[in-house]
Design a protein. Structure first.
Ligand code: NIG
Ligand code: FE
Length: 426
């Protein structure tokens, strides 16, 4: 039986009421915290916490791991609800093309982009894909990520989409972090279907979704709803088929153009609407007019904006309308070759003008909710997983995003067990 005691934490942050499912935008500036605190966990779950003057000691210390967190903050681990972590290879040649002035869309039109990644993925064995993704996830855990969503979308055929999702399932079984998986077959039209979109849609709707659901290979469905990719009507078909098989939608919308994807996602009760770099007032108002419980979580991906030099999602406008904003990396070889949530935190504050507390709520409880893990993760509450970040000795919480590009993490615990042990671990 694994047992954990953390003492003397400078503060335990994110001590929201256990029943809180998501933090609405106007409340996001408040990150509840307990100063000078202790926390206990057993068998991976938080069993108690409070200020040090309420700590009465632990009689039975057998098998107890004690961490003295003097001078350090304890936070819920990062939840990353939008990634393409399973992919074959980086695409730094396109990065150089971008520096030379080509846009993401121009590179895709020349045969680069998603189809470039699909060709490489189809040629790669399941084992090799697994090994590469496993290494990426190890790095992400060192950076504080305790839960991750992983999409397919570089297979673009029955066989290769299933291959990607099988790799994700193996990762879920083998690694300590929580993994949720998403079928993103509607990511780009594969070359062999370029003259017959309807046939590719049929493959997704009539074969892939039923098979993935039957084998329990995915938790969600996704569509890249965008000019030159998939239409709103096609996205609606995928969301309907997903819903019929118990798979809610998490969709790519409004990355480059606003074409009605938000309104359709609301209509089909999607779990999240992701990207949102290009938003009209109508898009914002449509989200704001939806009751909180039904409203798809707006999920912003600031490191994609950074890498592509496109606008940052309108975090302040969303929060002003009381919408619960979530943050994710979008880790993928084309638009975000980084799975580092700490960099997302800095960009969210520096570029999207989120307050540190707002951004931390967005990458803990709200991002847990964006993958239906809010009952397990995202805050410090009795019964939740003891998946926590212990910082180095830092002067304040704002120092985390402020001193960008530096590593402020000392220790990362997943289910009460260190996956990274710093000096705080005795
Ligand atoms: O979320 N925009 C669509 N999908 C990915 C990029 C995929 C790629 O370029 O490989 C994204 O940015
Ligand atoms: Fe993405």
């Amino acid at each position: 039986m694994s047992r954990l005691l953390i003492t003397n934490a400078k503060a335990l942050c994110g001590t929201h009421p256990a029943e809180l499912r998501r933090v609405p935008g106007r409340s996001m500036r408040s990150l509840p915290a307990i100063a000078d605190a202790w926390l206990t966990a057993e068998n991976g779950r938080i069993t108690g916490f409070g200020p040090m003057d309420t700590f009465t000691g632990i009689a039975d210390t057998s098998g107890l791991r004690v961490i003295d967190a003097t001078g350090r903050y304890v936070l819920p681990g990062w939840c990353d609800p939008h990634t393409h972590t399973v992919h074959a290879a980086p695409r730094e040649e396109e990065f150089v093309d971008k520096i030379n002035g080509l846009s993401y869309q121009e590179i895709a039109a020349r045969g680069g982009g998603i189809l470039n990644s699909a060709a490489k993925l189809r040629a790669m064995s399941e084992d090799e894909l697994y090994t590469k993704a496993e290494a990426r996830l190890h790095t992400m855990m060192q950076q504080g990520t305790v839960a991750v969503e992983i999409k397919s979308g570089y297979g673009l055929s029955l066989e290769s989409e299933l291959k990607m999702l099988r790799v994700a399932r193996r990762l879920k079984e083998a690694l300590p972090l929580q993994v949720k998986t998403t079928l993103l077959a509607a990511h780009a039209l594969p070359a062999e279907f370029k003259d017959d979109r309807a046939a590719y849609m049929k493959l997704i709707l009539n074969e892939l979704i039923p098979q993935v659901a039957a084998e329990g290979l995915a938790d969600f469905v996704d569509v890249f709803c965008e000019t030159n990719y998939f239409t709103v009507a096609e996205m609606e078909q995928v969301l309907e088929a997903g819903a019929a098989h118990g798979l809610p939608g998490k969709v790519h919308v409004n990355q480059f153009t606003s074409i009605g994807g938000i309104q359709a996602a609301i209509k089909h009760k999607a779990l999240s609407v992701d990207h949102l770099e290009v938003m009209t007032d109508e898009d914002l108002e449509a989200l704001a007019a939806t009751p909180l419980a039904d409203s798809p979580l707006p999920t912003l991906l600031p490191s994609c904006s950074f890498f592509l030099r496109i606008p940052y999602g309108p975090a302040r406008e969303l929060m002003l309308r009381d919408l619960p904003v979530a943050l994710a990396t979008d880790f993928n070889p084309g638009t975000t070759p980084s799975g580092n949530m700490n960099f997302v935190l800095s960009l969210a504050c520096i570029q999207a003008r989120m307050l540190p507390e707002e951004a931390i709520n967005a990458m803990t409880l709200n991002s847990a909710a964006a993958m239906q893990l809010e009952h397990e993760l995202g805050s410090i509450a009795v019964g939740k997983r003891a998946s926590l970040i212990i910082t180095k000795e830092i002067p304040s919480l704002a120092y985390l995003p402020y001193a960008f590009g530096n590593d402020h993490i000392d220790t990362v615990l997943i289910d009460g067990t260190p996956v990274r042990s710093g000096t705080a671990v005795a």
